[in-house]
Design a protein around this ligand. Structure first.
Ligand code: GDP
Ligand code: MG
Length: 296
């Protein structure tokens, strides 16, 4: 099967590998190094990580430095998460993040992913600001064959969440996936609302384990580090979904998220369809960035 992560990283990879072209043995010039540095930074592989990669290239120039880079980068990332095995149930996955980063789409994709793994999934449409988001979720929940809890008349996201969790308990759901409203981190009241939702889950429904996942739009680059930092001040983030990895040449943000915020990328979005989600695999990701073997 064609590896969709590898395909999604095509633009990022082609930019990086152009810079690596023509490098051989002792012929590595300062110009070469500068070009590589620039391309890696453009791909949003953070500054520290880029500096370390350059050191490796200089040190191993006669050997296979790409393999050394891979070894180093693998150590920088947490191992691939095992869905279901390492998670405890029932579980609430709150999908949070800035407007347009892919929350609603990702919530639906996650519902299908877990449903396909055999879980009993409830989707909760807690974006009370956008009627279109509820409609979008309704269509998807039908296609994914999952229960949807929504209330178009509700104005309080926490109230919809409360209903959703009550209903999830009644129907024995393993996983509740909650779509939330778009928030700019500067909107204090929206952030407070998010905190309230977190409180409702943890205090009123202690049966559930809560996981807060932030959607990070690959196209936004280093700005998303600031966004994630802000969200993390209000609700404890457990992981990230890197969305829109297809079509971006800036697929390198994963390292900074982990290094600066200790935030593991757990899923990636590779398209607009329901099945366009994958569990993040660090090794495949690194192979995809640098065009290494065994990756298709
Ligand atoms: N190409 C691509 N588009 C995506 C992906 N995830 C979301 N989108 C698109 O991004 C736009 C915003 O998504 P939406 O889920 O409504 O964002 P929200 O405002 O955070 O809920 C929509 O047009 C989605 O189809 C992805 O992984 N790849
Ligand atoms: Mg939405």
């Amino acid at each position: 099967m064609l590896n969709r992560l590898f395909s999604a990283l095509e633009n990022t990879r082609s930019s990086i590998s152009n810079a690596f072209k023509g490098l051989s043995g002792n012929n590595i010039s300062d110009d070469n190094i500068e070009q590589i540095e620039e391309k890696l930074l453009l791909a949003d592989i953070g500054f520290d990580t880029v500096e370390n990669i350059i050191k490796i290239i200089k040190k191993f120039k006669n050997d296979n430095f790409l393999n050394e880079i891979k070894k180093y980068l693998l150590k920088e990332l947490p191992p691939k998460q095992k869905l279901m095995d390492n998670e405890s149930y029932p579980l609430i996955i709150m999908v949070v993040g800035v407007n347009g980063t892919g929350k609603t789409t990702s919530a639906a994709k996650l519902a299908k992913l877990y449903k396909d793994l055999g879980s009993n999934v409830t989707l909760v449409a807690a974006d009370t600001y956008r009627a279109a988001a509820v409609e979008q979720l309704r269509v998807w929940s039908k296609r994914a064959n999952t229960t949807l809890v929504c209330n178009e008349k509700a104005t309080e996201p926490s109230a919809v969440l409360f209903d959703g969790l009550t209903s999830a308990l009644l129907n024995d759901s393993d996983i509740v996936i909650v779509d939330t409203a778009g928030r700019l981190h500067t909107y204090e009241n929206l952030m407070n609302e998010l905190e309230k939702m977190h409180r409702v889950s943890t205090t009123r429904f202690p049966q559930f384990k809560v996981k807060n996942i932030i959607t990070i739009d690959s196209l936004l680059g280093q700005n998303s580090i600031v966004q994630a930092e802000q969200f993390n001040k209000h609700v404890p983030l457990d992981g990230a979904i890197l969305t829109k990895l297809d079509g971006t040449a800036k697929g390198g943000i994963v390292f900074s998220l982990h290094k600066k915020l200790n935030l593991p990328v757990q899923y990636i979005g590779v398209g607009e369809e329901l099945s366009d989600i994958e569990i993040f695999d660090p090794e495949k990701y690194i192979d995809g960035l640098f065009g290494l073997e065994n990756n298709k």
